[in-house]
Design a protein around this ligand. Sequence first.
Ligand code: MN
Length: 285
Amino acid sequence: MSQSTTSRRVARVVCGTATSDGAGVKLTRVIGQRELDMLDPFLLLDEFGSDEAVDYIAGFPDHPHRGFETVTYMLAGRMRHGDNHGNSGLLVPGGVQWMTAGRGIVHSEMPEQEHGRMAGFQLWVNLPARDKMTAPRYQDIAPERIPEVDAGAGMRVRVIAGRFGDTLGPVTGIAVAPLYLDIALAPGARGIAPLPSGHNAFAYVFEGGADFGAAAAARALARGELAVFDRAGDGVEFAAGAQGARFILVAGAPLDEPVARHGPFVMNTPEQIVQAIRDYQAGRF
Ligand code: MN
């Protein structure tokens, strides 16, 4: 890492809100809620995490998607997915599914366990207008395919998408050229991560706490808080508190296109939403 990185500053801190989705899965919605409607190109970020089966057992039975991508990163537990095109698979701890819904799929995401902990994230990434009706595509990434970099001084980085130093993540061919890192810091550890120029970026702390930004302008974030970074600077500095920290650091190129959004359909115009509903109801997904 360059020592001359200019750190971006924290522009906003947002707390998630408790909600439920699917057939009654309890989760925390961090992006895609009143406080933070979206962060172009990111439409939604949910954190799920519970030791109680009643919070997740109903899962997400058959539902459609069109016009964007869903990214599921599992931390604990196992989830079975299957769609109406015959694709299926098992999401396991430390693995990622990057699903490009494109013109449409109908799928289910159901727990493959009846007890124990289930935890992870689902991120929705918008597709540019030219790709909204592309063929559906899955990138199912097993945990061992995600490189983990020991950056020294108490910092470890799992590289899911984009790059950290010379290490490239396994997710490829995504329109918004995403960065998706899972960063763990030992108590008191400091670190820095480059961010692609012009990308919107956020960090979400899911264990411990950390300061983000250059020392003079750092903001402290606790577990459950998301930092939106400004666009000035070529990276972000961070320093863990006494408990250490673990957070995801995510960035993507903004699309700067109109967004028409209706539940599981995200298009550019209201007419395209009407068409999506018609196509879904006519079984054309
Ligand atoms: Mn889904």
